[in-house]
Ligand binder design. Structure first.
Ligand code: SAM
Length: 292
């Protein structure tokens, strides 16, 4: 028989991905199209509602569901874009460190609407773990413009211009509240990674989840936080398969630090590895020499 913790976490995943209401498409009246407005008005008068497709290709209900499971796109009505397989992986990593008593807090760097971080708190809650913090690091204003001089691998990167990637701290706090998971174990680190992460009062980490798209951002998280990851703990990188600059940042850091732990694949983009040793053989390289 399924245990209550498992039932709760399954329901959490359905809510965070909104697979339970996946056939509902939020009405999105399009400004400036007069005849459409007229049709909307006429239908409203008859108690009918127009339901629009999204700004990407309209998917069948099945396609919609699969997009959420695979984490293929950000959706107007889901609290995370990482999909079911990466949520399953996050759960497995947390359960493993809790079971094996790997010491340390959990962090997500790159939280967007907060969904994956909310899930991290939910997993700890489900198992009654109250002595580990969940840290959320984000600018809460989207991604930085590329710094070509220091991080040439990011040249031409356009993530900073994507408005949908900018989600405020208030909205993330609100989303935690919706799941009744906002408490003093949830700690926010608002600001650019380059300013916040090295100063953060974090002693030890058991799970680091990196979801920050760019070479610069991924590198800054690894450099500031990987040395704090306890042996037996996990680092998860969301964009390794999907974004070449992120993959390069990870490969460069691993090579520079002599990390040979096996990279395991989660799905089409996510990867993770378990830290086997406390020893890092490399030194941080000067920023100007990175990824040239
Ligand atoms: C792809 S979204 C994260 C998706 C999220 N993990 C989820 O569950 O859906 C990337 C996030 O990284 C943040 N970010 C990227 N680079 C950053 C940096 N250098 N400093 C601070 N925040 C950054 C953005 O603000 C954005 O919220």
């Amino acid at each position: 028989m399924p245990q209550p913790a498992d039932l709760y976490l399954r329901l959490m995943k359905s809510c965070l991905l909104n697979t339970i209401y996946a056939d509902y498409v939020r009405p999105q009246p399009q400004a400036g199209v007069r005849w459409k407005r007229w049709v909307v008005k006429a239908l409203k008068a008859r108690n009918l509602e127009v339901v629009y497709g999204r700004d990407r290709a309209v998917l069948s209900a099945e396609g919609e569901r699969n997009a959420r499971i695979d984490g293929l796109a950000w959706l107007p009505d889901a609290h995370t874009m990482i999909g079911a397989r990466r949520l399953d992986n996050l759960q497995a990593c947390i359960e493993d460190v809790v079971e094996r008593d790997v010491p340390g807090d959990l962090i997500e760097a790159g939280v967007w609407r907060g969904g994956a971080s909310i899930f991290m708190r939910a997993v700890l809650k489900a198992y009654g773990v109250e002595d580990r913090n969940i840290w959320l690091a984000d600018s809460f204003q989207g991604l930085p413009p590329p710094n070509d001089a220091l991080f040439p691998a990011d040249a031409g990167d356009l993530h900073h211009s994507v408005e949908e990637l900018s989600v405020s701290l208030d909205e993330v706090r609100h989303n935690f509240g919706l799941y009744e998971l906002l408490d003093d174990r949830v700690q926010f680190l608002p600001g650019w990674f380059r300013d916040t992460l090295t100063q953060a009062p974090i002693e030890r980490l058991a799970v680091i989840r990196i979801d920050a798209d760019m070479y610069e951002s991924t590198t800054q998280v690894l450099e500031a936080l990987y040395p704090k990851l306890a042996p037996g703990g996990y680092v998860i990188v969301d964009d390794y398969g999907g974004i070449p600059a992120c993959r390069r940042a990870v490969d460069d850091y691993r090579a520079a630090m002599g990390i040979t732990d096996d990279i395991r694949t989660i799905d089409w983009t996510g990867i993770y590895w378990r830290r086997s040793s406390d020893v890092l053989s490399g030194e941080s390289r000067p920023a100007a020499r990175r990824a040239t």
